[in-house]
Design a protein around this ligand. Sequence first.
Ligand code: PEP
Length: 251
Amino acid sequence: MRTKIIAGNWKMYKTPAESLAFLDAYLPAVAGHTADELLLFPSDTSLSAVLKKIEGTNVHAGAQTMHWAKEGAYTGQTSATMLKAIGATHVLLGHSEQRAYQNETYESVHLKIKAAFEVGLKPMVCVGELLDERQAGVTKDTLLSQLGAAFTGLSAENLGDLSIAYEPVWAIGTGLTASPEQANEAHGIIRNELRVMFGDAVADSMRILYGGSVKPNNSATLLALPEVDGLLIGGASLDPKSLATIVASRL
Ligand code: PEP
């Protein structure tokens, strides 16, 4: 059995004070929930405060992106070493908003995965098709090409620390959710490709999460799907009650 991950992506929301206020409500609400891994991706300016506050709790946190270089003349960027130094355990890579607005590519995601592994950060890599790609019937080709660019050449040895979030881009922040059949099918395609690339042991151990307009009223159905190893939640993770309700919907 794979431990599920329930992760919140706060995008560009919440000051440090707002992040701490969230945790004042969220941490007691999920205390004792050990069935799943609970994760938050705050903005870089809140990450340090969040990491301090969650010390010794069942909640972990990481950054929403990073650079692949150890250090250098990359104004505005943060390295894996810097994230590790403040106690981050995870990093989100290849989110569709990074791909759409910050020129993130799966070639850069590949370099970032390697940099994350070098310092022991656990990457969560987002993949997913655009609406045009789904309508054109090329969802599978899109997923295979994203996985190929991100993962080809990685050594199987670290991959247990990597998770994948299947996030159909047409479902992110739109209120549209993939149907259980669509989610199961996409997750199956991804797991099968992992099997081809890395063998059964890696494919069977890697967590594949679903993301895209997950709310308290649809989380239980999605979490019950056999291929869904957790959820990556944007909008509904901003409110502690709503995220705690999603966590509880797993019980
Ligand atoms: C996301 O940011 O990864 C996401 C899935 O957002 P939302 O839940 O708001 O669709």
